[in-house]
Design a protein around this ligand. Structure first.
Ligand code: DGL
Length: 289
């Protein structure tokens, strides 16, 4: 495993100085507050194995969930500026909290296709439910924003939606405590109202949550299907790139994956290694914010 520290963003960009990167060779960029967006990376690798990937985990500011929306948007703007130096062709806001703070704000800042993770998850849940009772769990920011409710109202107003914030889940994942008895206790507490409501489908409305799906599944029982937006989001990315003729499919050279974090590299690299495998190259970026 390799760790690198890049203290000056310019230094990294310099290695690319002046060379023209073909559109298809450009990378898919993903943004999250930490390791959560790696669940989307994993699915991208599965569906689009030839694509180059640039990932930014804003671990210095994690968790995003309890922060005001303006502040989260401010962090994402800075990350978008950084990503503009990285030869990218599509941006995935792989963080429900950041997406809930308003995808349209980010789209104004960057002239590239940009997608989030909320609508893909909702579409998958609508296809899945049989009793039209769907639960969504997420960070406090995501649930309070009403972003999921808005998308359901637009796509399937007849669905009964039950929302539940689960703020401690992100900290459990980032601190490697998924297998602990505390994780089960916390999950039982958070998920009780959703069990009582009789939902048959549960959206994991935070990209960190698929990393604790074993616990959530155990607590909810076999009658409840969990929906991770990762798979649907990767499918959406594939569709958009395909329509624009930007897929890198068929190119034989190995794909390039770069992971940037704003906090220490090692804890992120360890979690990423577990989830994705192979050599994980993590750069710590000290950005001016
Ligand atoms: N993984 C993110 C999400 O999907 C952010 C969690 C956090 O930083 O609170 O909401």
């Amino acid at each position: 495993m390799l760790y690198d520290k890049v203290y000056f963003v310019e230094e990294l960009c310099h290695t690319k100085g002046g060379c023209l990167v073909m559109e298809q060779y450009k990378s898919i960029a993903l943004i999250d507050s930490g390791v959560g967006g790696l669940t989307v990376v994993k699915e991208l690798i599965h569906q689009l194995p030839h694509e180059n990937i640039v990932y930014f985990g804003d671990t210095a500011h994690m968790p995003y969930g309890p922060r005001p929306y303006e502040q989260v948007r401010g962090f994402v703007y800075e990350i978008l500026d950084f990503l503009k130096t990285q030869e990218i062709k599509l941006v995935i806001i792989a963080c429900n909290t950041a997406a809930s703070a308003g995808l349209h704000y980010y789209q104004e800042k960057i002239d590239l296709p940009l997608i989030g993770v909320i609508e893909p998850g909702v579409r998958a849940a609508i296809r899945q439910t049989r009793n039209n009772k769907i639960g969504v769990i997420g960070t406090t920011g995501t649930i309070e924003s009403g972003a999921y409710r808005d998308v359901f109202n637009r796509l399937a107003p007849g669905i009964q939606l039950y929302s539940q914030p689960c703020p401690l889940f992100v900290l459990i994942v980032e601190n490697g405590l998924v297998g602990s008895p505390e994780a089960v206790r916390v999950a039982e507490e958070y998920l009780r109202p959703l069990k009582i409501a009789g939902i048959d489908t549960l959206i994991l409305g935070c990209t960190h949550y698929p990393l604790m799906s074993d616990v959530i599944e155990k607590v909810m029982g076999p009658g409840v299907k969990l929906i991770s937006s990762a798979e649907e989001t990767a499918r959406e990315a594939k569709r958009i790139l395909g329509e624009k003729g930007l897929l890198r499919g068929g190119i034989r050279e190995a794909s390039n994956r770069r992971f940037f974090v704003s906090g220490p590299a090692k804890p992120f690299a360890d979690l990423a290694q577990n989830l994705i495998g192979g050599t994980i190259r993590v750069y710590q970026v000290i950005l001016p914010w």
